[in-house]
Design a protein around this ligand. Structure first.
Ligand code: ADP
Length: 746
């Protein structure tokens, strides 16, 4: 019997729900199942009729870029009653649906689990009441449930990120950036309220990303009863040292130590009375839920959607409801109710004023972020402790610019200065070290750097050779440099490796040498993700969305060329996030046979009413089958069926303000780099003291530079192992025309 899957969204909407719908529907169709969309959440399930409709491949197309949910969502008090759920079961049985993918918050997921538990008894009641035949109940002895968490608050146990949280952070960071510029012009204070009743994730990460000056979250209220005075004292000190604005971020559920709410108006009143200046309140409200989903949310939703469909289809009688989430970049499955209960435990801790427990349950990243934020918002560093050794370290950018480089330098400089160390900025990358172009930095040197793209220090692709080493050693000795912190890409890594290899000849290089990965290409060893690649991905996705819109009026195939050098990360991820039907990677190569198949696919599609083709090509996918070559080939072979246009995205991919993800990654990595530098200060001549820092299985990891030649594919200048290569089948699966395919609705 063909399996029938119902897909619904419920509770609050969140950006990325549509991407999850698309992938769950298509993954199920690919498995030969029939799929029904259940409209307006549980209310639609109870009402049945036009609220439960079949969806095919085409109907789940053209929605990746849309915020909200095409199935609609609603709150349904009736579904909380057994009688309401009985009606829901009846409707599901009428359509033969006994498998569910549900996208919603903890309430919606709990509801689905209750339905699964009551399924048998509700079926029996329906039979006993004569509302359905016994044979129908017998044909569907159980219900299976796979849940995805759609919630902008990132407030659910069982997944590192919920669907919508990254997009909401984009909205918040954009808004605070905009407010900061007007606040600075007028030297004004602003209070910004962001969503999050029990969860301060959006407030904390939004404040950290935007360089705000104070944050109030429910999990860890200010220590003192006179928090207003402390806050205002720090803000007014900040003004004295040159800050032109004060931004306070308040979570919707902010409270004091006694559980009394802290509202924006209370903060405004405090600012006005203590600082004697105008304060304005901005409540971001539903803007945070709206708009197109970020690249991260599209990819996350796509991956969990595919997994959820498979789980719901494969589960059998007795299998409990599962929650599909992501942990350390990997899809995870957890018993759904365990996650719901843990989430409630956390909420209870927040509401029960058990702040230590609340912070513990939020996890290490949350705790570290809060600790770092508390240092960054200071108006001046702690004075150096008497007798404490002060490390003079050179800090530089190298390779091409990557959005987030400035955020990393800012955090490294501030955290180091706060510990009594002395950063020395190097201008224009390795060139600055060779030509002795350095300058000491202090706390305010990096003021306002968090949101800026490019590289304030300046960068270059220079890799030292020959006499350069002597010049660099002289510079390091003259400035009494005790450590080097390089934030950059492959040329920077090569440069640091060369310094390490020259240690025997130049004692000046026997110091900690630390590489922080920052390149849009995401082609560095020792890290799953580099600072800058998320921004580049979002830039690509935004442009491709526009290109797709421009093309629907005519029969056209676009070939979009993206950066990445020999690494296909940006190409593959942007293909998943935009629904491209083909992606060309250097890792896979391109053959004439592939191209023939692609032409056949395009011809077939356009013959059957397709209006848009989208192919994404990584810039060095193949030296001979270039983008113009592909365009000429497709144009010629397409005849009058379609025409072909090229779009080479170029340097817009390196520019732009960094996304919140990149800023916060920069913050984490830079903080760990400073810790490493302190640890290895006295043992700078050890092999391990020259290191690359990175994100490994979601945690901060260190890779000694001597390991790098072994880890890298030297010719292709990319790591030999690339975790994201596993995602290629999903890109292929979702682009493949299924039944009822209308290809302009990818
Ligand atoms: P969210 O899913 O975002 O947490 P709600 O808590 O409002 O949002 O839940 C959405 C819907 O899910 C509710 O309107 C109701 O229909 C259903 N629901 C929530 N909690 C339960 C429950 N304990 N039992 C049954 N249904 C529930």
């Amino acid at each position: 019997m063909t399996k029938r899957l119902g897909v619904l969204t419920s509770g609050g909407d969140a950006q990325g729900m549509n991407a999850a719908i698309r992938s769950a529907v298509r993954a199920a169709l690919d498995r030969g199942a029939e799929v029904y969309g259940i409209y307006e959440g549980y209310q639609g399930m109870i009402q049945g009729g036009k609220y439960i409709r079949p969806v095919d491949w085409a109907a789940s197309g053209g929605i990746l870029h849309k915020g909200g949910t095409i199935f609609g969502t609603a709150r349904s008090p009736e579904f909380r009653t057994r009688d309401g759920r009985r009606k829901a079961v009846r409707n599901l049985l009428l359509y033969g649906i006994d498998r569910l993918v549900i996208i919603g918050g903890d309430g919606s997921l709990t509801g689905a689990n209750t339905l699964r538990q009551e399924w048998k008894s509700l079926c029996q009641e329906l039979v006993d009441a004569g509302e359905i035949e016994q044979s129908l109940a017998d044909a569907h002895p159980y219900l299976t449930v796979a849940g995805l968490v759609g919630s902008i608050d990132n407030d659910m146990y069982g997944t590192d990120m919920t669907i919508g949280a990254d997009s909401a952070l984009h909205r918040i960071t954009d808004a605070i950036d905009a407010i900061t510029s007007t606040a600075a012009s007028h030297q004004r204070a602003f209070v910004v309220e962001v969503m999050g009743r029990n969860c301060g994730y959006l407030a904390l990460m939004g404040a950290l990303a935007s360089g705000a000056d104070w944050v109030l979250i429910p999990e860890t209220p200010p220590n003192l009863d006179d928090w207003q005075e402390k806050m205002c004292a720090i803000l007014s000190e900040g003004r004295k040292v040159g800050r032109r604005d004060s931004i306070v971020v308040v979570a919707e559920g902010a409270q004091d130590r006694h559980g009394n709410p802290i509202t924006c108006d209370m903060v405004k009143a405090a600012l006005e009375s203590h600082l004697g200046e105008d304060a304005r309140v901005t409540v971001l409200g539903h803007v945070q839920r709206g708009g197109s989903p970020s690249a991260y949310d599209r990819v996350l939703s796509t991956l969990v959607g595919v997994a959820a469909a498979r789980i719901a289809l494969d589960a059998g009688e007795g299998d409990e409801s599962m929650l599909v989430g992501i942990h350390h970049n990997k899809i995870t499955l957890s018993p759904l109710m365990e996650c719901v209960n843990k989430t409630h435990e956390l909420n209870d801790a927040v509401r029960g004023l058990d702040f230590a427990k609340a912070m513990e349950l939020r996890g290490k990243n949350f705790q570290d972020s809060f600790r770092i934020l508390r240092t960054l918002i200071r108006s001046m560093p702690h004075p150096p402790l008497p007798g404490k050794e002060r490390i003079r370290f050179a800090i530089l950018n190298a390779s091409g610019p990557a959005p987030g480089m400035n955020a990393a330098v800012r955090v490294a400089v501030r955290l180091a200065v706060d510990k009594g160390h002395i950063p020395v900025g190097v201008f224009r990358g390795m060139r600055g070290l060779i030509t002795n172009n350095l300058q000491e930095m202090e706390w305010m040197s990096v003021n306002g750097w968090a949101p800026t793209g490019g590289s304030e220090l300046g960068t270059s692709r220079k890799v030292p050779s020959g006499g350069d080493f002597y010049a660099i050693a002289r510079t390091l000795e003259e400035h009494k440099i005790d450590a080097i912190l390089m934030v950059g890409g492959w040329a920077g890594y090569q440069s640091m490796l060369r310094l390490y290899q020259e240690r025997a000849n130049f004692p000046a290089f026997n110091i900690p040498i630390i590489c922080v990965p920052a390149t849009i290409n995401n082609n560095l060893p020792g890290t799953e993700i580099c600072i800058g690649s998320d921004t580049a991905l979002n830039s690509i996705v935004e442009v491709v969305d526009k290109i797709k819109q421009s093309a629907v009026a005519s029969n056209r195939c676009f070939i979009v060329e993206v950066m990445g050098r020999y690494c296909g990360y940006l190409a593959l991820m942007s293909a998943i996030a935009t629904g491209a039907e083909r992606v060309y990677l250097h890792e896979e190569g391109v053959t004439l046979k592939d191209l023939e198949q692609d032409i056949a696919m395009l011809r077939e599609g356009f013959e059957h009413g397709k209006r848009l083709g989208l192919m994404i090509r990584s810039e060095n996918a193949n030296p001979l089958y270039t983008t113009p070559f592909l365009a000429a080939l497709f144009e010629e072979e397409g005849g009058s069926l379609f025409d072909v246009r090229i779009s080479v995205l170029g340097h817009l991919q390196q520019g732009g303000d960094p996304t919140p993800y990149d800023r916060n990654l920069a913050t984490r990595l830079a903080a760990s780099a400073i810790d490493f530098m302190e640890t290895y200060y006295q043992k700078g001549d050890r092999d391990e003291s020259a290191t690359a820092i990175g994100l490994q299985s979601g945690n901060i990891g260190f890779t000694p530079l001597y390991e790098i030649p072994r880890l890298m594919d030297d010719k292709a200048q990319r790591p030999k192992e690339q975790w994201w290569m596993e995602l290629r089948p999903i890109a292929r699966l979702l682009a493949q025309p299924g039944p009822g395919f209308n290809a302009d609705r990818q």
